[in-house]
Design a protein around this ligand. Structure first.
Ligand SMILES: [Zn+2]
Length: 386
């Protein structure tokens, strides 16, 4: 296996999210040799027909910046990653619209003007209040179609999520015995931070109907991402209200989605309030990973990109007309007409990866002094600036 054989990038933020991710692999592949430009350690393997590369953030590092660093290295090593999944835990935002419980799964899906993930703490303060600036990428169309299909299968009783959860070996990730309690927003935790709610007043719990089974439900909608841990239900509810109903709050997604489209899958481990503790984290990480695996089985392999390119013999480079008139970048002089336009339009998608691959193979005439990665960076830079 070479790095070019991997088409799915799976990113975990926490140590406890790695074991469930690894356990979802149908087979594990041998590790690659480390290169000087890439300090990440990867787990490689296969889920169904997809070759998957799993990376974690360095131990103790969380947040948007750390996620961006890890994935940009990963992207340089694995040039054919077609889509990205960010899989792990997050804080649930229960509302009248979504009856979210611990161990459920939240999935980012574009809603209205939002692309599935919104960085809630990024913007500027002006006399009218806080204005959110910048827009994140939408998940790729293939992932969005995958969501439609898996939802339909779940509606027809075909979920495999709990089967994958049940297959996890050992007791560490089993469903906790501690009761799933949601307290009223105005009621704060009594006792040490992170301790169980043994001293909290049960009169202040929100009355919710009992669920018939412990099966994890899946909630689709906007996920709010920020650099700050949200432990206040007032802030949680304010973020949700300002974004028009959020299903989950987490800390890494914006770091990935700034650069390329990804789908965020979060197991709900707390309610982003002062009562939050670690009890449900492992189980929530497992339900998220199980959903990710189930989703991958809905998505077909890209047949038209790499396999076709690989089987074609390399034609000899011949002179072609160049796009000197575009004025897009100094590099565009050396590329065939339209190449840079296509790359600019499709930055971060398999089409861009395919063009870069073609250039690297010498099929397209390009100035050998310019590494293809520079071309890629220029395209991404232009895309961001635009
Ligand atoms: Zn409490």
């Amino acid at each position: 296996m070479s790095p070019d054989d991997y088409t799915v990038g799976w990113v975990c933020a926490l140590d406890i999210e790695l074991a469930p991710a690894q356990e979802m692999l149908d087979e594990e592949h041998e590790k690659l040799r480390r290169t000087t430009h890439d300090q990440n350690i990867y787990t490689l393997g296969r889920i169904g027909k997809h070759n998957v590369v799993i990376a974690t953030l360095p131990s103790g590092k969380t947040g948007i910046g750390a996620a961006a660093v890890v994935t940009s290295r990963m992207r340089q090593t694995f040039r054919f990653i077609e889509f990205w999944l960010l899989v792990g835990i997050g804080g649930g935002v229960p509302s009248r619209k979504a009856d979210i419980r611990l161990g459920d799964v939240a999935v980012s899906r574009p809603e209205g003007i939002h692309p599935g993930v919104v960085q809630w703490d990024f913007g500027k303060t002006n006399p009218n209040g806080f204005e959110r600036t910048g827009a994140l990428n939408n998940p790729s169309l293939i992932l969005l179609s995958g969501l439609t299909h898996i939802r339909s299968r779940y509606d027809r009783g075909g979920s495999k999520l709990m089967e994958y959860v049940a297959n996890f070996p050992g007791p560490k990730y089993t469903r906790p015995d501690t009761e799933d309690i949601l307290f009223k927003s105005e009621y704060n935790h009594v006792g040490e931070i992170g301790s169980e709610c043994t001293e909290c007043d049960q009169q202040n719990r929100v009355n919710r109907r009992r669920r018939r089974t412990n099966e994890a439900a899946v909630h689709y909608g906007t996920i709010a991402s920020g650099n700050e841990v949200v432990k206040s239900p007032v802030l949680r509810d304010a973020i949700s209200a300002s974004l028009g109903n959020v299903v989950c709050i987490e800390m890494e997604a914006a770091g990935l989605m700034n650069d390329f489209p990804c789908l965020v899958i979060r197991g709900i481990s707390d309610y982003a309030d002062s009562h939050k503790n670690d009890d449900w984290q492992r189980y929530a990480a497992l339900t998220a990973a199980a959903y990710a695996k189930d989703l991958l089985t809905e998505i077909t392999l890209p047949e038209t990109l790499k396999p076709v390119l690989k089987s074609e013999p390399k034609p000899k480079p011949k002179p072609v007309t160049t796009a000197s008139s575009s004025g897009f970048s100094p590099y565009s002089r050396a590329l065939p007409v339209g190449t840079m336009d296509i790359m600019q339009m499709t930055a971060g998608t398999p089409a861009t990866a395919a063009v870069i691959w073609v250039i690297r193979q010498g099929i397209a005439p390009v100035d050998p002094a310019i590494p293809a990665l520079d071309v890629e960076n220029v395209v991404i830079g232009q895309k961001r600036a635009g």
